[in-house]
Design a protein around this ligand. Structure first.
Ligand SMILES: [Zn+2]
Ligand SMILES: [Zn+2]
Length: 429
């Protein structure tokens, strides 16, 4: 006689495919007995070769969730579309922004990327648009809520085979000029996968950052200089634009690089924004740089240029940087997180810029203002303390020290099991 026993709660495995003790190539596989879901599938872009997350067969993949468009969360996803077409879930604006960011990656990368435009196209055709709310993915139910990080960003609560796993994605729990803060409503959890980008740093209060930005830009311009603000094309460029406009900055503002396309796309999605009219007004006064001739003219004038890329790894911001590096009246104001090893980070730490092996001290002014779209140290701990149940906590998406320090403090302050996993680590629930 065969006795069939009903299994109420299966064993669920969570494997870290990437973003273990590093910022970049986020990827987490959640595998039950009946379902397999992937949370993010990003790329790690550094000065050296790009690096990718671990892989899994796309055949039995019920769905890929992309929490937001940044390449460290989306950049390797097309790899699954060479032979299969697993459904991929993202918000409408994430889909549009992912398209331009990955196209740009394919276009600009000097190194081999293991897929082409065709796979990106197939991926976008396999996209199921999501908004805030609950969706069935395979046998799992997934609830998406605003993450307050960039337009279209969400966090994901996965209920799979009797287990509840919450993934913060990149998250910000304070309001910014552009976005409304994340306020996730969560039930009792079995696991939380939480970003640790700024787990050791409390940000300056937002108003202070805004004031410092406006003051610095004003000083530079009134001293006859050009202030270059390298900014991520998605989110930060629009935020900076809104802040300058909001504070009545009266000098010229130009926008260049991918920041232009992203700004126009984001303005088309007012529902994603805290105050859509602020962005629209700011856009109306901006000079949209059309090409090399415009750039040359700008370099002869005083004013502000907002341009991707945010860490000076390429794009139009580097074109300005080449010129202003030797001009003491000019300034570069870094406003984004600078990954170690990137030109932006080297400039910030050592005041040097140039091709590898030819780094030279710059003569322009260099400032870094910590405009984060991620929670700082206290906000992250508050978030952890607000979690219900007794979840295992994985601290990911941070430099090694941030992840390990965060995990230690969580253990001490909450008694939860907490880990700073590395790539390939697997957890059973
Ligand atoms: Zn992000
Ligand atoms: Zn990220």
């Amino acid at each position: 006689m065969i006795i069939i026993m009903e299994v109420k709660s299966n064993l669920v495995n969570v494997t870290v495919f990437g973003a273990g003790r590093e910022v970049g190539r986020s990827g987490f596989e959640i595998k039950g007995e009946k379902s397999k879901i992937l949370l993010d599938y990003g790329i790690l872009v550094k000065e050296e070769r790009p690096a990718f997350p671990l892989s899994t067969s796309p055949k039995d993949l019920d769905g890929i969730i992309i929490t937001h468009a940044h390449l460290d969360h989306s950049g390797t996803a097309p790899l699954f579309y060479t032979s299969e077409t697993p459904p991929i879930y993202m918000t409408e604006i994430t889909k549009q922004l992912t398209d331009i960011l990955i196209r740009d990656l394919l276009h600009l990368s000097a190194y081999y990327i293991p897929f082409e435009a065709l796979e990106l196209k197939t991926m976008l055709e396999s996209c199921r648009s999501i908004a805030e709310g609950t969706y069935k993915i395979g046998e799992a139910e997934v609830r998406f809520q605003n993450s307050g990080h960039i337009p279209g960003s969400v966090n994901a609560l996965v209920e799979i085979e009797g287990k509840r796993i919450w993934y913060s994605g990149d998250i910000n729990t304070i309001d910014t000029a552009l976005l409304t803060r994340a306020e996730p409503e969560l039930p009792e959890l079995d696991m939380a996968i939480i970003e640790s980008t700024y787990a050791m740093v409390d940000h300056l209060p937002r108003e202070e950052c805004e004031r410092k930005l406006v003051e610095t830009a004003t000083e530079v311009v009134e001293g006859g200089g050009l202030a270059l603000i390298p900014a991520f094309s998605v989110g930060r460029s629009q935020e900076i634009l809104c802040i300058l406009h909001k504070h009545g900055f009266k000098y010229d503002i130009a926008i260049d690089g991918m920041s232009r396309t992203a700004t126009r796309m984001i303005a088309e999605c007012p529902k994603e924004l805290r105050d859509p009219s602020l962005l629209r007004e700011a856009m109306a006064r901006v000079k949209w740089v059309q090409g090399e001739r415009d750039r040359k003219k700008l370099l002869e004038k005083r004013g502000v240029v907002i341009s991707s890329s945010g860490m000076l790894t390429g794009g139009a911001s580097t074109r300005y940087m080449e010129k202003i590096r030797n001009r003491p009246k000019d300034a570069v104001i870094l406003v984004s997180y600078q990954i170690p090893g990137t030109p932006g980070r080297i400039l910030m730490d050592e005041g040097k810029y140039g091709p590898p092996g030819e780094l030279r001290k710059v003569k322009c002014r260099v400032e870094w203002i910590d405009f984060s779209s991620h929670c700082g140290k206290s906000n992250l701990m508050e978030l952890v303390k607000s979690l219900k149940g007794n979840p295992k906590i994985l601290c990911v998406h941070g430099e090694a020290e941030s992840c390990t320090d965060f995990a230690e403090r969580i253990k001490e302050e909450t008694g939860h099991e907490a880990y700073a996993p590395t790539m390939g680590d697997s957890f059973k629930l």
